[in-house]
Design a binder for this molecule. Sequence first.
Ligand code: HEC
Length: 109
Amino acid sequence: MKSLTVSVAGVSILAFSSPSWAADVQALLNSSDCYTCHAVDQKLVGPSFKMVADRYRGQTGAEDMLASKIISGGTGHWDKDTGGMAMPPHPGFTNAQAKEVANWILSLK
Ligand code: HEC
């Protein structure tokens, strides 16, 4: 049990010392308009990225579903929190980029 705790702590330290993929994701989010409507731990126009992570963490297909929502936009999953606002499409994202972002969001705790 002890070694498990240690290795889990090791993983989170790694995650916060920004491995290159996390830096890429931040660059993507900053170069797009995501942070106008989202924050990591606070609801703005859209749900916070942590709310998204809490809802979908561990669900099969969550990464693909979120990636396609980032590219194609959509509505209906957060109406109670957003009053029915839609997430706009981001056709400039490649599937690989959108999946990296989805992965990063799902890793938030
Ligand atoms: C104009 C405001 C706006 C912008 C800009 C925006 N979003 Fe959203 N986003 C929303 C809203 C509103 C929702 C909730 C949609 C719903 O109810 O299904 C949402 C939902 C999401 C979700 C959850 C999807 C789901 O089905 O649960 C993710 C992930 C997300 N946005 C990521 C992003 C990323 C990444 C960007 C930048 C590329 C971005 N958003 C830009 C408003 C925005």
